[in-house]
Write a protein that binds this ligand. Structure first.
Ligand code: UD1
Ligand code: CA
Length: 468
């Protein structure tokens, strides 16, 4: 029983609440979208912050929203772990946290994050949380060569943090301080609540500053322990389109460096964009200007040519994707040859050794081992067997204007060029379709099927010519 009580109290003591401030207007974005909805690496800014927050295994996550109304909660309606707190009017960072205060668990620690500071690393937050105790709060700071605009960290002669002074309220001497507040802090929740109640807005901006609680904490005898992030860019905020573009490049650079470290051969790390997750096997080569979205997995020895876009794709070992291919929600088997200029749409599943050539569009189609569709074709809602050869200009007519129908092409079939297969239809095993056919009925296995007007030549025929 005693052990049980001990564990319960331990849990209570460590209850971690995270408050993400995301109510600000973001005027300088010059956009109708709420700021935290803008994308970095293909995902909203807030999504990045949530990922770093979740990595801390918090008991509760609160997001304070306001500007843009319900658009933000709606966009994140799949995130059931978020408790939404509305801040109707933005009256300062302290005021924002005050809105969440009644919902915070007394026993534990509260971590404050920002929806527009997307690159914060989970590791940095973990370290910061490690410094917080009942009598200590943790503050993340950075030294900036140009600290203008930021809150300055004021220390006493012994180097103990005394207060944060906002730029607009700072004296000339204080403005000379290079160590600035990142805004990210972790503190004992019960204390936070009492300090929030005491905030006043008699300052240069007429706002309730969260930063004022640092001086209050010091007055109450607490110690402020400071941490620095591993990279200064972790704490950069997004206030404008140009800052967003800058952070995107920083993120992509980090992503590229990590891929290179894993041995992926990026022909130019500055011209590779990963907007999601890219998982690579050994000896993967990626040429310039490729974009990877969602979750992309490339097996051993896969090569991706220049200017390809892959979204939610799994490519098995040894496959070569030639330049200018667009592949979405598909599986590509081993030792395949795809492109150049292939368009592979959702629901495509290619088995081993399949060749898909230029200007071929596939959709919701399964192609079995060793089959080839090499030129200028549309194959949709189709099942293609093994070792099938589909000639240039083949079209599956899968749509009758109301319904989609399936085409089945059995093993070893040969489809002549310029064939239309009007679905639903089945081409039997080993069947051959002569070029230029319009196939509307099932074709028997092993036979040649033709559907074309007989060729005639007219002897003695003369071209008309103008009278002189
Ligand atoms: C804040 C800090 C400053 C720090 C800087 C780092 C305060 C008073 N100052 O200044 O010390 O150096 O961040 O970037 O905290 N927000 C709300 N509701 C509000 C006000 C703000 O949700 O009522 C959110 C904003 O959306 C934004 C964040 O809080 O994400 C910071 O607000 P902002 O007004 O930009 O603070 P700064 O003046 O930059
Ligand atoms: Ca700011």
């Amino acid at each position: 029983m005693a052990a049980f009580l001990f564990r319960m109290s331990d849990i209570m003591k460590n209850a971690l609440n995270i408050v993400i401030l995301a109510a600000g207007k973001g005027t300088r974005m010059r956009s109708d979208q709420p700021k935290v909805m803008h994308h970095l690496a293909g995902r909203p800014l807030l999504r990045h912050v949530l990922n770093a927050a979740r990595a801390q295994d918090p008991d509760k996550i609160f997001v304070v929203y306001g500007h843009g109304g319900e658009a933000v909660p709606q966009a994140f309606s799949d995130s059931k772990d978020i408790r939404w707190i509305v801040q109707a009017q933005q009256r300062g960072t302290g005021h924002a946290v005050q809105q969440a205060a009644p919902h915070l668990d007394d026993g534990g620690v509260t971590l404050i994050l920002y929806g527009d500071v997307p690159l914060i690393a989970a590791e940095t937050l973990g370290k910061l949380l490690g410094t917080v105790q009942n009598e200590t709060l943790g503050l993340l700071t950075v030294d900036l060569p140009d600290p203008a605009g930021y809150g300055r960290v004021v220390r006493d002669a012994q180097g103990h943090v005394q207060a944060i002074v906002e730029h607009k309220d700072a004296s000339d001497a204080e403005r000379g301080i290079r160590e600035v507040n990142t805004g990210i802090m972790a503190l004992p929740t019960a204390r936070l609540k009492s300090w929030l109640k005491a905030l006043r807005n008699d300052n240069a901006q007429g706002e309730y500053y969260l930063t004022d609680i640092i001086a209050m904490a010091v007055r109450d005898g607490l110690r402020v322990s400071t941490n620095k992030p591993r990279h200064h860019w972790e704490v950069l905020g997004v206030n404008s389109a140009s800052q967003l573009a800058h952070l995107e490049r920083l993120y992509q650079h980090e992503m590229a460096m990590s891929l290179l470290e894993q041995g992926v051969r990026l022909l130019d790390p500055k011209r590779t964009d990963v907007r999601g997750e890219l998982i690579c096997g050994r000896d993967v080569t990626i040429d310039v200007n490729c974009v990877f979205e969602g979750r992309v997995v490339l097996g051993d020895n896969v090569t991706v040519g220049a200017n390809c876009i892959l979204r939610d794709v799994r490519v098995s070992a040894g496959t070569r994707i030639a330049p200018f291919s667009l592949i979405e929600e598909a599986q590509i088997g081993e030792n395949g040859r795809i492109g150049p200029f292939a368009r592979i749409r959702p629901g495509t599943d290619l088995a081993e050794g399949v060749h898909i050539g230029n200007f071929v569009e596939l959709k919701n189609t399964r192609v079995d081992c060793g089959s080839k569709i090499n030129h200028l074709s549309y194959v949709g809602d189709t099942t293609v067997g093994k070792n099938v050869n589909i000639g240039a200009g083949t079209i599956t007519c899968n749509y009758d204007g109301a319904y989609k129908h399936r085409t089945v092409i059995e093993d070893d079939a040969f489809i002549g060029s310029d064939t239309q297969l009007v679905a639903p239809v089945t081409v039997g095993r080993g069947a051959t379709i002569g070029a230029g056919a319009t196939i509307t009925r099932d074709t028997p296995a092993g036979q040649l099927t033709l559907s074309r007007a007989k060729q005639v030549s007219v002897p003695g025929w003369k071209r008309p010519s103008k009278e002189k």
